[in-house]
Structures are given as C-alpha cells and as structure tokens.
Design a protein around this ligand. Structure first.
Ligand SMILES: Cc1cc2nc3c(=O)[nH]c(=O)nc-3n(C[C@H](O)[C@H](O)[C@H](O)COP(=O)(O)OP(=O)(O)OC[C@H]3O[C@@H](n4cnc5c(N)ncnc54)[C@H](O)[C@@H]3O)c2cc1C
Length: 429
C-alpha cells in the first residue's frame, strides 16, 4: 500500500533508497514543497532533531542561512548527561540501536573514536512479574501463546491497532511499551512503534532480507552485531556538544535561545517569511495531557554489595503498583566507564503516574536490585514523553504539508529515526 510518495515521485522508493534508510521509509516524511527554495530556513527547537536537521541542511547548502530557534537556554532538549565525580549517567537516551543513518552521523561528526558497541555480556533483559525475574526471550513469548501473537500481528496489518492488540500478552507488551514510551500497551499505536511488524506504508521492491543484507554493507566505522546497541564515551551529551560546536563553526548557521514561538503561522508572520521555510522540530498543538511524565534516578553500589545482581541490560516492571517501571544496568552495558572502579551504576525509571515518592523508589531497590545500602542515590531528572495513541501514525498529515515537521512527535521515538529523518529532509532540500 503506497501511503508515502517516494523521492522518484512515482510513489515507490528505489532499492538504493531502501538500502540507505531501510524501514524508515515506512514512516512519514513531512517536507513542505517550497523548502528547497528558501533563502533562510527557520529550524524551531534545538533538541537532537533540530540540531541534526540544521547540521544536514547547513552542510548541504552553504548558500542558505539556517536559523535555529530554541525556547530554553540550552541545546539538546530531552538529552542530557548527569555527572558527579566519576559517576556518569544519561538522563534520557543512553545508547542507540543499530542503523546506518546514526553511524553516518557519528562518522561525519568525527566521533568514531568515542563511539563503541555495547558490552555483549550485558544483553540479557528480564521482566519482573509474579515476584520474580524472568528472562525476556522468544521462548517466553512462545510459552504465553504463539497463536495469540500470530493472530494479533495479522490483525495489526489492518492498521490503527494498539500494541496490546498486536501483541496480546499483557505483561510482555506492557513491559515493552513502558520501557520505550512510558505508557501501557493499550495506549500505544502499533503502527508508530513497530511499522515493520504492522507493515505500515510502502513495501520494498525487493525482499526485506535482501534489503537488510545490503544495508549491513553500508555501516561506516564498524558493523554492529545483531541486537547490539552502541554508545558514546561521555554519554549522549558528547553528540549534542559535537553538533553544537560544528554548527557554531559554520558561517551560515545562527542560533537564538529564549525565543517564544507558539506556532509556525505566528513565526511566519513575525518574520514575514513563507511557512514553507520553517522546519518545526518541537511539539506542536499538544496539550499537557498528551505527554506522560517520568522521574529518573541514578543509583550506585559497590561491586561487592551488588554481586547478587547478574550482569545484564536491565529489568522491566509492568506492575502498575510498583514504584518503578524499569532498572537499567548502566555500567554493565556501556563500553566506557559510568562508575568509579569497583562500583556499578544503575538507572531507575519511575513513571509519574505511579505517584511514588523518592523514598518509595529507594525502598524498591530491595525488591529489584539488592538489600545493601547504595553508595549513591540521586534523582537526576524529570522527562516528558509524547503520547502516541492507537491510530496516531495514520493521523499524521503527510500530503502537501505547508511547513516541514520533524522530531520524535513525527519521526518515531528513537534517535535513529531522528538521524534518518534529518538526512531524508536534506535529500529533499
Ligand atoms: C527517559 C528517556 C529515555 C530514552 N531512551 C532512549 C534510548 O535509549 N534510545 C533512543 O533512541 N531514544 C531514547 N529516548 C528518546 C530520545 O530521547 C528522543 O527521541 C529525542 O531526544 C527527541 O529529540 P527531539 O529533538 O525530537 O525532541 P526534544 O528533545 O523534545 O527537543 C525539542 C526541543 O524543542 C524546544 N521547543 C519546544 N517548544 C518550542 C517552541 N515553541 N519554540 C522553540 N523551541 C521549542 C525544546 O525546548 C527542546 O529543546 C529516550 C527518551 C526518554 C525521555
């Protein structure tokens, strides 16, 4: 089913485009027709999306002025890395899953020597249900009823289904969506979260397995192992800092902070600029209730005290009565150190909707980690995440947008989507 218009204009993306972007081509690309004619492009929002879009456009067209307009007093948006002595923890995104677009971004910025694959010994994920941890594996899914899953996946191809309908195993689907978007699976759009599974958008002109084989040959720097993630020394702030310093060095880029823009229409009027010169990389016309909120904690133990905690990726906790929804084993996962020698760092996620106090979160360590007293326990931030209710992807206006839209409200939840979307916008520029 052709829902998006391919760059060839005939509604079909070429094999080369599939090789470059893979399943990102199932996602909408909302580029205004007149963007390529703009002499000045106004990029609103300096989160990772706005920074990547500004970077790709400015590099491609040194003759065009790029103005980055940010509401707050800093770049990075959701991304921030917390430090205390030798402790280092990302408040939000800490690693990237494999995608050549992200690898290209890191390579183009010259960050290859700071970008490393995750520790293969720390890939195990657990789900905490019924008072114990179970290893998350295809076997666990099969045990819960393979036919239910098969029926769910088939029905999801009609579109606009929730993740709960697509994967009708509540503990697993809730654990997964809580881990990704901080919401239970009945509230989350399956098309937006996993368009390849629901077969949203176009199909490649050749078999998907062939596309994947071709994609694997395009990774610069190193080819990631299946299922592996990768991260940056110094945390994700490294990426933001590098983008910011590169943008500062480009003569055609300007960045303003503390700007108060409410809508693209208001900005176009204020600047007497065409709407089509705006790239909106921020939430738009979303009310406070269209986000979920999350409290994030960093917790450290000595290795000796946390010996009973197996090395792994982390544990998801779908129980709505638990103070936390997940524990990530930060110092197990990353190749670069996140804790002083002889210590381990964990990150806890506590959905605000669960209403837990800091003390209740701390008490929950006895259940989900170990009984020892942590050497460090600190709330390191609060974050909000856009909600993506069932039918969200299908509701996005993709035909003839008056201004360009990007960022995690449109591209997909993770940073690989943002990196690919910025390249695709530059391709169309
Ligand atoms: C706890 C958590 C963990 C995560 N973990 C991962 C992970 O492991 N892997 C992964 O791939 N992704 C992860 N993500 C998702 C990732 O962080 C996001 O995809 C990404 O940061 C979104 O970037 P963005 O630029 O689209 O939006 P934002 O970061 O929200 O940036 C938007 C920017 O726009 C600005 N702004 C807003 N309104 C206006 C306005 N009117 N005018 C001007 N500026 C405005 C904001 O101040 C902000 O700077 C995680 C997210 C969270 C919260």
């Amino acid at each position: 089913m052709n829902r998006w218009i391919g760059s060839t204009g005939d509604g079909v993306y070429s094999v080369d485009e599939w090789t470059r972007y893979g399943d990102e081509l199932r996602r909408p690309l909302m580029v205004a027709n007149g963007l390529g004619k703009a002499k000045t492009v106004l990029v609103v929002g300096a989160g990772l999306s706005g920074l990547c879009v500004a970077y790709r456009l400015a590099k491609k067209r040194p003759d065009v002025q790029i103005e980055l307009l940010e509401k707050s007093d800093r770049c990075g948006g959701t991304i921030e890395t917390w430090n205390k002595g030798e402790w280092l923890c990302d408040v939000a995104v800490n690693a990237t899953r494999a995608h050549p677009s992200f690898w290209r971004l890191v390579d183009d910025l010259g960050l290859g020597d700071q970008f490393e694959p995750s520790n293969p010994a720390a890939s195990t994920r657990w789900i905490h249900t019924g008072g114990r941890n179970r290893k998350l594996s295809p076997w666990l899914v099969l045990q819960q009823g393979p036919f239910k899953v098969l029926r769910g996946v088939r029905s999801s191809r009609q579109g606009k289904k929730s993740v709960a309908e697509t994967m009708p195993i509540p503990t697993i689907s809730d654990a997964m969506t809580l881990g990704i978007v901080n919401d239970v699976s009945m509230n989350v759009d399956a098309d937006f979260l996993m368009p390849s599974m629901t077969r949203f958008g176009d199909e490649p002109p050749i078999k998907w397995s062939k596309v994947k084989r071709k994609m694997v040959q395009t990774y610069p720097m190193f080819t990631p192992n299946k299922g592996a993630t990768a991260s940056l020394k110094g945390g994700m702030q490294t990426l933001v800092d590098s983008l910011v310093s590169t943008l500062k060095s480009l003569a055609n880029v300007r960045c303003s902070f503390g700007v108060n823009i409410t809508t693209p229409e208001a900005l176009a009027e204020e600047r007497n600029a065409p709407l089509s010169s705006i790239v909106w990389c921020a939430p738009l016309r979303r009310t406070a209730s269209e986000f979920t909120h999350l409290n994030v904690y960093a917790v450290g133990f000595t290795e000796a005290d946390s010996r009973s905690v197996p090395v792994g990726y982390g544990t998801l906790i779908p129980d709505a009565h638990a103070p936390i929804s997940g524990v990530l084993h930060e110092s197990d996962v990353h190749a670069s150190p996140r804790a002083p020698a002889g210590h381990r760092l964990f990150r806890l996620m506590s959905p605000a909707a669960r209403g837990a106090t800091d003390d209740e979160v701390k008490q929950s360590l006895h259940t989900y980690l170990c009984d020892a007293e942590p050497v460090i326990f600190e709330k390191i931030g609060e974050r909000r995440i856009p909600s993506y209710p069932p039918g969200y992807m299908a509701s996005l206006e993709v035909l003839k947008p008056e201004f360009t839209r990007a960022g995690w409200c449109y591209s997909g939840v993770s940073i690989t989507h943002l990196a690919a979307e910025a390249e695709r916008i530059a391709d169309a520029f």
